[in-house]
Design a binder for this molecule. Sequence first.
Ligand SMILES: *[C@@H]1O[C@H](CO)[C@@H](O)[C@H](O)[C@H]1NC(C)=O
Ligand SMILES: *[C@@H]1O[C@H](CO)[C@@H](O)[C@H](O)[C@H]1NC(C)=O
Ligand SMILES: *[C@@H]1O[C@H](CO)[C@@H](O)[C@H](O)[C@H]1NC(C)=O
Ligand SMILES: *[C@@H]1O[C@H](CO)[C@@H](O)[C@H](O)[C@H]1NC(C)=O
Ligand SMILES: *[C@@H]1O[C@H](CO)[C@@H](O)[C@H](O)[C@H]1NC(C)=O
Ligand SMILES: *[C@@H]1O[C@H](CO)[C@@H](O)[C@H](O)[C@H]1NC(C)=O
Ligand SMILES: *[C@@H]1O[C@H](CO)[C@@H](O)[C@H](O)[C@H]1NC(C)=O
Ligand SMILES: *[C@@H]1O[C@H](CO)[C@@H](O)[C@H](O)[C@H]1NC(C)=O
Ligand SMILES: *[C@@H]1O[C@H](CO)[C@@H](O)[C@H](O)[C@H]1NC(C)=O
Ligand SMILES: *[C@@H]1O[C@H](CO)[C@@H](O)[C@H](O)[C@H]1NC(C)=O
Length: 380
Amino acid sequence: MTPSTTSMSGMALLLLAALVAPTSAVRHMLQQSPSPAANAPSPAAAGSSTPTLAPSPLSQPYSAQAFAGNGNFSFLQGYTTNITGKPGTLDYSLQLVNASTGSNMSAWHDVPLDLTVAADGSVTFNTLVEIPTGEQAKYETMSSKRGNPIKQDELDIKDANGNVTGQAPRYYKYGPSRGNYGGLPQTWSNSNISDAVTGFPGDNDPLDVLDISSTRAPIGGVYRVKLLGALGMIDSNESDWKVIVINAADPLAATYNDISNVPQERLTSILEFYANYKQAEKKPATCFWPVAAPNVTATSGTAAAAAAAASNATSGNATQAAPACSLSSAAVGKPADYYHDRDATLQVIRRHQQDYEWLLAGNCGSKACKDLWWPAKKSE
Ligand SMILES: *[C@@H]1O[C@H](CO)[C@@H](O)[C@H](O)[C@H]1NC(C)=O
Ligand SMILES: *[C@@H]1O[C@H](CO)[C@@H](O)[C@H](O)[C@H]1NC(C)=O
Ligand SMILES: *[C@@H]1O[C@H](CO)[C@@H](O)[C@H](O)[C@H]1NC(C)=O
Ligand SMILES: *[C@@H]1O[C@H](CO)[C@@H](O)[C@H](O)[C@H]1NC(C)=O
Ligand SMILES: *[C@@H]1O[C@H](CO)[C@@H](O)[C@H](O)[C@H]1NC(C)=O
Ligand SMILES: *[C@@H]1O[C@H](CO)[C@@H](O)[C@H](O)[C@H]1NC(C)=O
Ligand SMILES: *[C@@H]1O[C@H](CO)[C@@H](O)[C@H](O)[C@H]1NC(C)=O
Ligand SMILES: *[C@@H]1O[C@H](CO)[C@@H](O)[C@H](O)[C@H]1NC(C)=O
Ligand SMILES: *[C@@H]1O[C@H](CO)[C@@H](O)[C@H](O)[C@H]1NC(C)=O
Ligand SMILES: *[C@@H]1O[C@H](CO)[C@@H](O)[C@H](O)[C@H]1NC(C)=O
């Protein structure tokens, strides 16, 4: 081993220690020193298109505790997170824990959404972060696992014959997340009913959310956000709304009341990501329900019925088909065509709350949702 590799591995070890061991010193360092968080767009630069973030090959072991008392967030009080396993491996697991009882808490079922509509129409609620701004590792809440821990999504490894030989952790191939990404607690997207706007059935998951604020949030962070709008995304014939919010404690939250207040370049950057990221992973292209397109009322709840009805639903602008798939850069450059506004999105959220109540009441008969229902009942 040459002296130069020794010092290199010394540095690598330090870095590795920072990545895997969330000691209080490391947490302190992560908050104080330039880290990927420091590269997140500053409030002044929030309008510029893509934040210049170095791809992070491993997750940062942020913990909610490390952020406690951080005035950049209005965190849910009374919980901590328990991280086991190394980031970047399939063993990594982040479990929410009730701080007073020490019992596991489900990130999906035991966190209140606490949706509030103010007199001026502004909408706030709690959101859960799975993938911080700038992160490429695809962390997800395990919806059918007891306690619903957050883990890295698995990808099949295949040999030359296409036989599955193992599993690897999944990363976004297209690039780092363009905001703090996660889900809305106590919501669910029913895969056996047609979405009231797109007609496509849901994806059997909680509603997805993207916080566009300037501060990078911790994995497992639960904090108040302000509703701005949504993209009516359709992924493999399933409705997969992407709700767009801003951290309620962000200085810009005071002036952002609707998606129309967000700079066009920022909206284009986010739309460009969602229009391309699945294809980058060799999956079918995503589609988007244009704002001008009429609602589709496909009643049978199947993808085939929705696809047939959708072919009828040319948007208000007759040149624009619904759903709009494989968006061109020209289309991505006109974000106002695709972002549904705050009030339309509030209706989307309310329907997903109703779907969740329906699931929780034990109404689901198919295996797909039974797997989701029992952890809700047994999360402690
Ligand atoms: C923790 O558990 C206690 C007792 O059940 C409950 O009152 C409290 O709301 C829980 N905390 C959280 C953050 O859920
Ligand atoms: C964290 O999880 C591990 C593994 O389940 C467990 O042994 C440990 O007691 C937990 N710690 C806390 C503080 O809950
Ligand atoms: C709490 O969560 C951890 C990690 O998800 C899990 O290993 C453990 O079994 C859970 N404890 C209980 C009592 O469910
Ligand atoms: C792998 O795939 C080939 C071709 O499909 C098949 O003939 C073979 O049995 C598979 N091998 C294993 C170990 O499953
Ligand atoms: C309900 O949705 C699941 C997918 O989540 C699907 O496998 C099942 O066939 C659907 N059932 C009906 C009756 O459409
Ligand atoms: C919180 O905001 C302050 C100034 O607004 C900033 O200096 C600090 O780095 C932020 N903390 C984090 C963790 O982003
Ligand atoms: C589409 O459906 C939503 C939800 O039912 C409703 O709020 C909205 O007014 C409808 N829009 C049109 C153009 O029918
Ligand atoms: C969507 O459904 C239609 C009709 O069933 C089918 O032709 C098409 O291949 C599906 N697309 C994807 C990406 O699954
Ligand atoms: C398509 O539109 C035609 C004419 O309005 C209507 O008769 C037909 O039922 C529609 N098909 C679907 C699948 O919605
Ligand atoms: C319809 O498309 C044309 C050409 O792309 C565009 O100039 C116009 O703004 C669009 N109208 C609406 C209502 O979207």
